[in-house]
Design a protein around this ligand. Structure first.
Ligand SMILES: NC(=O)C1=CN([C@@H]2O[C@H](COP(=O)(O)OP(=O)(O)OC[C@H]3O[C@@H](n4cnc5c(N)ncnc54)[C@H](OP(=O)(O)O)[C@@H]3O)[C@@H](O)[C@H]2O)C=CC1
Ligand SMILES: CC(=O)[C@@H](O)[C@H](O)COP(=O)(O)O
Ligand SMILES: [Mn+2]
Length: 355
């Protein structure tokens, strides 16, 4: 397989699962973590390696090293693998998803931004999501007619903070996820609830429904619930570990133990809570964006710029949501008819937010 984002949180777990099932690694793609990449090369012997920056080429212990975003697309094009795992973070993941699907390759997709930005233009028959909630929904549904789908949210780093204190929260504070160990960007998105907004859009494209909502479940033990037309509701419990969704995405079906089972007697009580707009202002646009999913490109571009601004201490924690909501209002009437228009809108929104 081709693995994009091998040095990240999903990438590392993917290599553990690939090793367990003897899946050959044709291509590894990484960014700046060359030390870890070199360890992965020594263990998995890829034919080709791609890194983000030309300047790092000499540090990589491999004879076929390419650099830059075009090189990622070329490596996908040259690959013989049927499957591409896309564990890149952010908008940079979109072009590889489009390239892989245009070649008829299956994409095990952690890069949810691909669907948020351009779900309308992606061949969903080639996509298997690597996301705990969507894996949970798929596991629950079994072709039964459902009336509503639910995904859960942890509530993020500030779920117990007083709202007044959140105004002064910094980047390091926001990285303290209560349950999951993940890359920085998704951890910030979890604190603002943008991750859950993205996951609703992801579910819309994957399951072709807008009968979907999110609830806070603070233990992240229940990942998804399906309410069926017959009036029953089932819940998906699993450990806080992405190896299970990854194993299913790579194997299709898994019958041997991947995670220890949920210990029902020690887990204590489980409660579901509403997502409040006061704490998570981004939630204001939930209904509107579910009805207008093409606006995902606007939210994503503004959000990526806002996260950079927050990291550089150029805006406050709530300033991020303010920037996204402002851009959402400004570009509310935009609709792309082609991928080229998506690319243009992405640029325009970023320029507006940076102004
Ligand atoms: N982590 C999780 O549990 C989950 C993650 N996801 C989604 O999966 C995706 C990846 O998340 P996560 O693994 O946490 O993120 P990380 O930040 O941990 O990893 C991102 C990976 O992408 C690489 N990368 C970033 N930019 C470039 C670039 N320009 N060229 C080449 N490689 C690049 C990084 O390289 P390097 O580190 O070497 O710089 C790293 O390997 C995100 O879309 C996230 O929303 C979804 C569900 C759960
Ligand atoms: C592991 C995973 O799927 C993440 O998307 C996780 O759900 C993020 O946590 P939040 O529930 O805090 O957004
Ligand atoms: Mn998730």
């Amino acid at each position: 397989m081709v693995l994009l984002g091998s040095t990240g949180s999903i990438g590392v777990n993917t290599l553990i699962i690939a090793k367990r099932y003897n899946i050959a690694i044709e291509t590894l793609v990484a960014g700046n973590n060359i030390d870890l990449l070199n360890e992965q090369i020594a263990e998995h012997h890829p034919k080709t390696v791609v890194i983000a920056n030309e300047a790092d080429r000499a540090k990589v212990n491999h004879t076929d090293v390419r650099a830059g975003s075009k090189a990622i697309l070329e490596a996908i094009e040259e690959s013989k693998s049927e499957t591409v795992v896309n564990a890149l973070v952010g908008y940079v993941g979109l072009a590889p998803t489009l390239k892989a699907t245009s070649l008829g390759k299956k994409v095990a997709l952690a890069n949810k931004e691909s669907l948020v930005v351009a779900g309308e233009f992606i061949d969903m028959s080639l996509i298997t999501p690597i996301d705990s909630e969507h894996f949970g929904l798929w596991y629950l549904m079994n072709d039964r007619p459902f009336s509503k789908l639910y995904i859960t949210a942890s509530g993020g780093a500030f779920r117990e903070w007083e709202i007044a204190k959140m105004k002064n929260a910094n980047f390091a504070d926001a990285l303290k996820h209560p349950n999951w160990s993940m890359g920085d960007k998704i951890t910030i998105d979890s604190a603002t609830m943008t991750n859950k907004l993205f996951e609703l859009l992801e579910a819309k494209w994957l399951f072709d429904t807008t009968d979907i909502d999110a609830l806070i479940e603070k233990k992240s033990m229940v990942h998804a619930l399906a309410e069926f037309k017959d009036g029953s509701t089932t819940a998906h419990f699993a450990g806080v570990d992405m190896k299970l969704p990854i194993a299913f995405a790579l194997r299709g079906e898994v019958t041997e133990p991947i995670l220890p089972p949920t210990d029902l007697l020690t887990m204590g009580s489980i409660e579901f809570l509403p997502i409040e707009e006061r704490r998570y202002p981004i939630w204001q646009i939930k209904e509107h964006i579910l009805g207008n999913p093409h606006l995902g490109v606007v939210v994503n571009a503004a959000n990526e710029e806002a996260i950079e601004a927050f990291k550089r201490e150029q805006c406050s924690f709530f300033g991020m949501s303010e920037m996204v909501l402002d851009a959402y209002k400004k570009f509310e009437n935009f609709k792309a008819d082609t991928i080229d228009e998506i690319i243009a809108i992405d640029k325009e929104v970023r320029a507006y937010v940076k102004k």
